[in-house]
Design a protein around this ligand. Structure first.
Ligand SMILES: [Fe+2]
Ligand SMILES: [Fe+2]
Ligand SMILES: [Fe+2]
Ligand SMILES: [Fe+2]
Length: 402
């Protein structure tokens, strides 16, 4: 296992966590904080598992909806229980961990802790209403970290962190293990802890790569990691555009090959295609899944996904080089978004993904407009050559598909 592999995988965990926590114009960094907290509590209670707890904290909500539906807006058990998606997120998160394409040490424990991270000490949590010591210790630690971070933001501004509030709310509500409550109480007396917890971004990035992941598989195919991230994105985009990511990857690779790009360049286009709509996860699903035409205001929100994709990919080192994916809505004539780049200012990979994206969009079912056949979609591509699409790529596209 080379260093590169380990870094890619750790970075992909961070990318997924950041994506989960992204909201338009902000990032809650809830996963980052839970990782930090779970490790801190773990140091006291199960020191040999502190790295496992760190990754469990980072990924605990990976199967939750994200964006405007972020769990921090649903702090109490009652509102969580009446929301199907939230009720099921423990299973979904655990499932995604088990599905990770490489076996690593502690993976099953992470999945198990995550599965039970909403069980309450007094036995009223979900999914299984376990109580007290029936709940795995790692899951109790996650519950405490999760609740501490959520209740720390009980003020109006969700980005304002007030640990005193959390301690007050958790003191007698029966949610967390009393032993862990004491640890949180002690931690909160430390200036250093409070500083690091509040300004998590300042310390997180210099530390997470030092955590160890021990792989139990020796042969690694990097593509599987990107496919996995694509799968997570696809599973969260819900019913709005089933199969969109895979279709986009397929068309983009075919076009890149037809253009005679080198195998390495084709590979980069492929990976970027998996990631191109990452920012959509921060868009409220009632807008993404709206079964009618969007209002201008809603469009504005949807358009933000492109710059969010760029922002996310640029913030994690192993993914930086794929940030060109976020320019897939730029137009050849400069009238696209997010930056209004034109012609060759737009990265070539993004010009390819743009056509792949349009091909899939036009041939997919949408309740508010007719679905085109593949040949009809090609006519549209041809019509918009030189305005929306790169006129040097369009002829190749017609050649391979006609
Ligand atoms: Fe959760
Ligand atoms: Fe959470
Ligand atoms: Fe897009
Ligand atoms: Fe797309």
């Amino acid at each position: 296992m080379t260093q590169d592999w380990e870094e890619l995988i750790k970075d992909s965990f961070v990318l997924l966590s950041l994506t989960q926590d992204l909201v338009i114009h902000s990032n809650y960094h809830h996963g980052l904080r839970c990782a930090y907290l779970a490790e801190k509590i773990g140091e006291e209670l199960i020191p040999e598992e502190k790295d496992i707890l760190f990754f469990a904290g980072l990924l605990h909500d990976i199967g939750a909806p994200g964006g405007a539906f972020h769990l921090i807006h649903f702090p109490d058990l009652k509102t969580q229980m009446i929301n199907d998606v939230i009720r099921e997120h423990c299973y979904n998160s655990a499932h995604l961990i088990r599905m990770f394409p490489f076996l690593f040490e502690g993976q099953h424990r992470i999945a198990d802790y995550i599965l039970h991270h909403h069980e309450w000490w007094k036995g009223v949590g979900y999914p299984r209403q376990l109580r007290e010591e029936e709940i795995p210790l790692g899951a109790r630690i996650l519950r405490a970290a999760d609740a501490f971070d959520i209740y720390s933001r009980s003020g109006k501004d969700r980005n304002e962190i007030t640990p005193e509030n959390a301690l007050h709310l958790l003191e007698n509500n029966g949610e967390i293990d009393p032993v862990i409550y004491k640890i949180l109480q002690n931690l909160s007396k430390s200036e250093n802890f409070l500083y690091e917890y509040r300004l998590i971004e300042n310390i997180f990035y210099s530390r997470y790569r030092k955590k160890e992941i021990k792989f139990l598989t020796s042969e690694l195919d990097g593509n599987l990691v990107y496919e996995y991230i694509g799968y997570v994105i696809e599973s969260k985009l819900g019913t709005s555009s089933p199969g969109h990511i895979y279709a986009d990857v397929l068309y983009a690779v075919q076009i890149a090959n037809a253009l005679g790009l080198s195998p390495q360049e084709v590979e980069e286009v492929k990976i970027a295609s998996y990631l191109h709509d990452l920012g959509k996860l921060a868009i409220p699903s009632e807008i993404i899944e709206k079964p009618a035409l969007l209002t201008e205001k809603e469009w504005e929100i949807v358009r933000a996904h492109a710059s969010l994709t760029i922002e996310l990919l640029e913030s994690v080192p192993a993914f930086k080089k794929f940030s060109f994916a976020g320019y897939h809505h730029e137009r050849w004539d400069g009238k696209g978004y997010p930056q209004g780049l034109k012609e060759e200012e737009i990265p070539l990979g993004a010009r390819i993904i743009c056509i792949a994206d349009a091909l899939d969009a036009m041939t997919s079912k949408r309740p508010y407009r007719p679905t085109l056949t593949f040949q009809e979609a090609l006519i549209e591509i041809e019509k918009n050559s030189g305005s929306q699409f790169d006129p040097n790529i369009v002829p190749k596209v017609l050649e391979i598909y006609r």
